[in-house]
Design a protein around this ligand. Structure first.
Ligand code: GRF
Length: 195
């Protein structure tokens, strides 16, 4: 049986994308990388793994709805059923939310609802909390507010710098995200079988 097809959205280095591709036992097939930054290194990673990319620049569109319509078309053409955001630095608007209801998932480097938005690792480090972590959650209209699927704690140690903390958080992300992808895909397959 063929695997469920999914897309990954990213804007930057793509270490989470790489961890998904190197997982070895992913329950889904990544059929498309969507990227809004033409020079992002995630594009080279996708090329190395032979994953097709849709790269766009928001400047070429007049509204978010317009570029999200084009993304939706690309996702439908690729037969992607789920979207996994991995460092995609844009807000998801109503066009995509309506096209993929409860099918867009994000990973965020803090224990939401603590430290939402940009630079979550720096926010936690500067706040001198003893524990931060990683959250995988559904996307809704807000910023990092959707229903939480999974969280994992990462302790901040006395000798940590922001860089060392970031490395441990990323390590956690690279293990947790593929695991949760498999979980949601398998849960959907089970609920499809019983309906
Ligand atoms: C990750 O820390 C993720 O939690 C956040 O953006 C970062 C992306 O990193 N949303 P990478 O591009 O996967 O290396």
């Amino acid at each position: 049986m063929s695997k469920v097809k999914v897309a990954v959205f990213a804007s930057g280095s793509g270490s989470n994308f790489q961890a998904m591709m190197e997982h070895g036992n992913l329950a889904c097939e990544i059929v498309l990388l969507v990227c809004d930054q033409p020079h992002a290194s995630v594009i080279d990673k996708a090329a190395a793994f032979g994953v097709p990319t849709f790269v766009f620049e928001t400047d070429h569109f007049s509204t978010r709805a317009e570029y999200e319509q084009e993304i939706t078309k690309q996702l439908k053409d690729a037969q992607a059923e789920w979207v996994f955001l991995a460092g995609y630095m844009r807000i998801i608007g109503s066009t995509l939310l309506q096209a993929f209801p409860a099918k867009i998932i994000n990973i965020h480097p803090s224990l939401l609802p603590a430290f939402p938005g940009m630079d979550a690792i720096g926010q936690a480090f500067r706040a001198k909390v003893s524990t931060t972590g990683v959250t995988v959650h559904y996307i809704d209209e807000g910023i990092d507010t959707g229903p939480i699927i999974a969280q994992e704690e990462v302790d901040i140690q006395a000798h940590d710098t922001q860089d060392s903390l970031q490395r441990r958080i990323q390590k956690t992300e690279h293990r947790l995200y593929p695991q949760i992808m498999n979980q949601v895909i398998r849960e959907q397959a089970t609920s499809n079988e019983s309906s």
